[in-house]
Design a protein around this ligand. Structure first.
Ligand code: ATP
Ligand code: MG
Length: 160
């Protein structure tokens, strides 16, 4: 499994890494974002969405809405936050399983709370507090995402 690691010294670095990944995603890709409260999942998502043509201020935390939808210049982006859901049945109610991996790009915050319901393949984005900044781990779950990370790696410096 390919795993890329990067230290993100400030908020701008979190958004920039999201944007870098966003430049390489393709229709149907799923990104699962995990990490503790305030780790930077929404900010990373904003970076991904803006790289796809969404205005940055349109991207807000879906904690209460559970799902936000943004229109990118070519693709639709569905941005989930599963934090407030308690049971897998609630995922069915919002049509989660039809969306995840369907047309467009799917971003899922707090994906680890519903590990059983996730698609088989996805890019796992782990964010952790470290000092004043964050550490990001990008892990490919499936071949498509290994290709994605290879492209991301070519585009930037990793390994710190
Ligand atoms: N690399 C970083 N260094 C310092 N602060 C950061 C970094 N990345 C993000 N932040 C800050 O952390 C705060 C929380 O960010 P964000 O809302 O994206 O986190 P989250 O993981 O989505 O939180 P939640 O668990 O509530 O969904 C924001 O104020 C953001 O600017
Ligand atoms: Mg969030």
């Amino acid at each position: 499994m390919i795993c890329l690691e990067k230290y993100l010294a400030d908020s701008a670095a979190t958004e920039a890494l999201g944007s870098l990944v966003g430049q390489h995603v393709k229709d149907g890709d799923v990104l699962c974002l995990s990490g503790d409260l305030g780790a930077g999942k929404t900010l990373f998502s904003r970076g991904v969405a803006t790289a796809l043509g969404v205005q940055p201020d349109e991207v807000t935390s879906p904690t209460f809405a559970i799902m936000n939808v943004y229109e990118g210049s070519e693709l639709e982006i569905r941005h989930f936050d599963l934090y407030r859901l308690n049971r897998p049945e609630e995922l069915e109610d919002i049509g989660f399983e039809e969306y995840a991996g369907g047309d467009g790009i799917t971003l899922i915050e707090w994906a680890e709370l519903f590990a059983e319901q996730l698609p088989e393949e996805y890019l796992q984005v782990e964010l952790r507090h470290e000092g004043a900044g964050r550490r990001a781990l990008l892990k490919a779950r499936g071949e498509r995402y290994e290709r994605l990370l290879e492209e991301v790696e070519k585009d930037a410096d990793f390994g710190h």
